[in-house]
Structure formats: structure tokens, C-alpha cells
Design a protein around this ligand. Structure first.
Ligand code: FAD
Length: 441
């Protein structure tokens, strides 16, 4: 077989890298996956508390291609819509897709990574090497330097295709930074996040099958369900506000005023302990172009396009990267260097569009959802979508429940915004016209 002669190196055994190893393994390539951390399946520290994330259509399509969709969804929890928590504790449900009833799913990050690593290792032609770190890459010579962290030995490696799935602070991308015409843009937003937790014993007090949101204008809190009925809660807030919450009194005052219904669920002790013992994490958005270099280097996932997490598309778009690459690799008449160039051309604009959409969705989730104008627009979207689903495809549905290119989703939204403004304008003018005529007669 053509692929049998080919060797592929994947750097990074996170979600995207381990899925990529499955795809390459399935195609018959000789695959070596280098992961700098130890094996999370054996690491009791990493197996601790559940951290979850939402998977939607694009992620599912990729999992389906390697026969893992059913396994993953088997341990996932469907979320049919957003459940908004007002300051008084009033709840309001906002289904994601009242027309076709599509939903997104909450899955445990570690358990998904385990499924992917197990699946990758099931291929005889895939070798996973934990505790092996990419130190740097001499991309002009086409080699990488890897350190075995156990022995500290550093060795050179090469392959026909070298894929960097080594996350937002990618070492392979750093090497590409030095090359001519490589564009790079990095933004740390002023908001950070802190993970809190509702234990399984209290989890049944939360309305199930929803992504819970406490929108508060300048910031917000969300909660996603875990399989054991616990909930992972994430507070997103300007980093300065985190700094001002330094002691038990200020933390409790803040929570009891801003998120009163969440306090008994998270528990005072856990709340205060987490705040005082954990630093909030930063959020980063990265765009770069191209995603390939020369005849063999490619970056995918967060290494190529880290985004703020508000559209739940970081992993999903990374999984889609792997699907797109896989389809191109199946075009046997193309050389690897042509494929990765084509990949870059097809992918850069799309992932940059989803980075922008992710930024936009933060404003929607923390602020717009509370406004009457937003709800009116959503109602119009739903009616038009029901009447003509092929013409009026609302933004959230096109991003989360279809494989429409992200840039097309963004273009559609811009066009729909214009049409909507026009409709509202015409409606207002008509009212004005009728009103003036009533006054005249
Ligand atoms: C709070 C939060 C919530 C999120 N929620 C969602 C969500 O609901 N849905 C969604 O789709 N996305 C979500 N995301 C985004 C998602 O987590 C990322 O997009 C996804 O994890 C990217 O996967 P990755 O494999 O590309 O990178 P990573 O997960 O960062 O994995 C990179 C891997 O490479 C390894 N590595 C790094 N450097 C080296 C090196 N030098 N040598 C060898 N190995 C190396 C790392 O150890 C790691 O295992 C969220 C992100 C955050 C921060």
C-alpha cells in the first residue's frame, strides 16, 4: 500500500493529536506520537476532578470517521439548550434548535482523551511515546529534536509528514515564526477563568440537559454536566475583578450578590478554598498563516488557531482540521507538500473566522442573551429557519450543527444582519406612516 512506505510524526497527544494519530493509523501510515506529559491514563493526579467540554457536529463527524462517535456519545450528556439564571434565581430556557431538535453534548476531557489514546494504540502501526518532548525544530533541514524526559537524551527525528498538535504554545509554530511571510497574531483577552465545582450529591438540584449560564453583563458563569451528576462550573471575569476578591468576606459578598442561587450548590468552603488556592487562567486567541512549512511541516488544532472558548468550537474545529487533512491525504495523486499547501489554503480563513465568532459569542452569552432585542431577533430567526431552512440558516445552527465552512457561517450572519435591520427599518417606517395618517384624519 502507498501509505505503508510513509512515516508520520504527530507532536502532542492532546485531543487533536491523539485523534490525528487514529486517522493516520487507520490510513496505514507508520505513526509516532510524541507527548511531553506522562500517560494520563496512569496519572492519578490528572484523573482527579472532571473538566468537561461541549462537542457538536464537526467533532462528531471526525469521531465517526474513525468509528468512535458512539463510544464517545455513550458517555456524554446531551444539552438541549441554554438555561439562563437571573440574579433573583429566575430561570429561562433557550433551546439551541427548536426546529430540528439538534443538541450539543457535554463530555469529560480526560475520558475523551483516554478513548482517543486507546484507539490510537490499537493500531499496530501507531506508537505513542509519552514523556517525550519536542525541544525545537530545524524546519529548513526537515528535522525535529525530541527529548526523552526519562533519560534526558535528545535525539533527531524526521518523517514524510510532521504534524504539530502541540497546543496554543506550540514549539513547532515557534520554529515557523522565523520563516519569511509567516503571519502571526496573538491576543490575551482581559478576562480570565476559574473552574468551580458542584458535587454529584447536589447535582440533581440543577435542571438537567442544559448548559447553564449566569449572564451578568461584563462577566458570566457557566456550568456543564458530568456523567456522575456533578457539574463543572466556570467563572469568566476580567482578571482585575479576580484580583479584588482576596479574602473570604469579599468572595462571599460577591457571590451572594451576583450568583446567589449558585452558592448553596458549590458550597461556601469549596468556593472560598478554590478562590484562595487557585490562580485564574488566561484566555488566548491565536491566528497565524500559513499552517504549513516546506514539504512536510503542518500545524493543527490550538497550535494553529487557539480561540477563546465561548463558541465551544476549539476542539471541534481542531477535529475538523483532522477530517479536512484526511480527505486531502486520500487524494493519492497529490504529494504531501501539495496536500499541506492546499490544506493551508482551505483552512486558514475558516479557522480565523471561527476565532472571530468565538470572541463575538462571549458578548452574546454574557450580555446580549438578557436583552429583549436579542430575544426578538432569535424568535425571527427561528420562524424564518422553520419556513425556509435552506435560505435562512441561523448562525449558531450553522456553526454547531453543520459542516458549513466557518467563513460562510460568518458571511451568512453578516447578510442576515443587514436583511434583519432592513426589515426592522421597513416595519418602523410603516408604523410611523400609519401613525401619521391616523393623526391626520
Ligand atoms: C475553559 C475552556 C473551555 C473549553 N471548552 C471547549 C468546548 O466546550 N468545546 C470545544 O470544542 N473546545 C473547548 N475548548 C477548547 C479546547 O480545549 C481546545 O481547543 C483543545 O483542547 C485543543 O486541543 P489540542 O490537542 O489542539 O491542544 P491541547 O489540548 O493543548 O493539547 C496539546 C498537547 O500537546 C502536548 N505538548 C505541548 N507541547 C509539547 C511539546 N513541546 N512536545 C510534545 N508534546 C507537547 C501537551 O502536553 C498536550 O497534551 C475550551 C478551552 C478552554 C480553555
Amino acid at each position: 500500500m502507498y501509505q505503508d512506505r510513509r512515516k508520520v510524526i504527530v507532536i502532542g497527544g492532546g485531543l487533536v493529536g491523539s485523534l490525528c494519530a487514529c486517522f493516520m493509523g487507520q490510513k496505514g501510515y507508520h505513526v509516532v506520537l510524541y507527548e511531553k506529559r506522562s500517560d494520563l491514563r496512569k496519572d492519578t493526579y490528572m484523573r482527579g476532578r472532571s473538566i468537561n467540554l461541549a462537542i457538536s457536529h464537526r467533532g462528531r463527524v471526525a469521531l465517526r470517521s474513525v468509528g468512535l462517535e458512539e463510544t464517545v456519545l455513550g458517555s456524554a450528556i446531551p444539552m438541549q439548550g441554554r438555561l439562563l439564571h437571573g440574579k433573583t434565581g429566575a430561570l429561562q430556557s433557550m433551546p439551541y434548535d427548536p426546529v430540528f431538535n439538534n443538541c450539543i453534548y457535554s463530555i469529560g476531557r480526560n475520558s475523551l482523551n483516554e478513548v482517543l489514546l486507546n484507539a490510537a494504540e490499537n493500531y499496530d502501526n501507531v506508537k505513542v511515546k509519552f514523556d517525550h518532548k519536542l525541544v525545537n525544530a530545524d524546519i529548513r533541514r526537515g528535522v525535529i529534536r525530541v527529548q526523552n524526559k526519562t533519560t534526558t537524551e535528545v535525539f533527531e527525528e524526521t518523517a514524510d509528514l510532521i504534524i504539530g498538535a502541540d497546543g496554543a504554545y506550540s514549539v513547532l509554530r515557534s520554529a515557523m515564526l522565523m520563516t519569511p511571510m509567516f503571519q502571526f497574531n496573538q491576543t490575551h483577552i482581559e478576562h480570565g477563568y476559574l473552574e468551580l465545582y458542584i458535587p454529584a450529591s447536589l447535582g440533581d438540584k440543577m435542571t438537567p440537559n442544559h448548559l447553564h449560564i449566569w449572564p451578568r453583563g461584563q462577566f458570566m458563569m457557566i456550568a456543564l454536566p458530568n456523567k456522575d451528576t456533578s457539574w463543572t462550573v466556570t467563572l469568566f471575569m476580567p482578571l482585575d475583578n479576580f484580583t479584588s476578591l482576596r479574602d473570604e468576606d469579599s468572595i462571599m459578598y460577591f457571590f451572594e450578590n451576583i450568583f446567589p442561587d449558585a452558592v448553596p450548590l458549590i458550597g461556601k468552603n469549596s468556593l472560598v478554598h478554590t478562590f484562595l488556592s487557585t490562580k485564574p487562567s488566561q484566555l488566548i486567541s491565536i491566528k497565524c498563516s500559513p499552517h504549513h512549512f516546506g514539504s512536510k511541516f503542518l500545524i493543527i488544532g490550538d497550535a494553529a488557531h487557539a480561540m477563546v472558548p465561548f463558541y465551544g468550537q476549539g476542539m471541534n474545529s481542531g477535529f475538523e482540521d483532522v477530517s479536512v487533512l484526511s480527505e486531502l491525504l486520500d487524494k493519492n495523486h497529490l504529494e504531501v507538500k501539495e496536500i499541506i499547501k492546499l490544506y493551508s489554503e482551505m483552512r486558514v480563513q475558516n479557522v480565523q473566522a471561527v476565532c472571530d465568532l468565538a470572541m463575538y459569542n462571549y458578548v452574546e452569552m454574557r450580555d446580549l442573551v438578557m436583552r429583549k432585542s436579542f430575544r426578538a431577533r432569535k424568535a425571527v430567526d427561528e420562524v424564518l429557519y422553520k419556513l425556509c431552512p435552506k435560505i435562512w440558516f441561523p448562525l449558531y445552527n450553522s456553526v454547531s450543527f453543520s459542516s458549513l465552512e466557518y467563513r460562510r457561517c460568518l458571511e451568512n450572519k453578516k447578510l442576515q444582519d443587514k436583511i434583519y435591520s432592513l426589515l426592522v427599518g421597513v416595519l418602523l417606517l410603516s408604523f410611523l406612516f400609519v401613525f401619521i395618517n391616523i393623526l391626520r384624519y
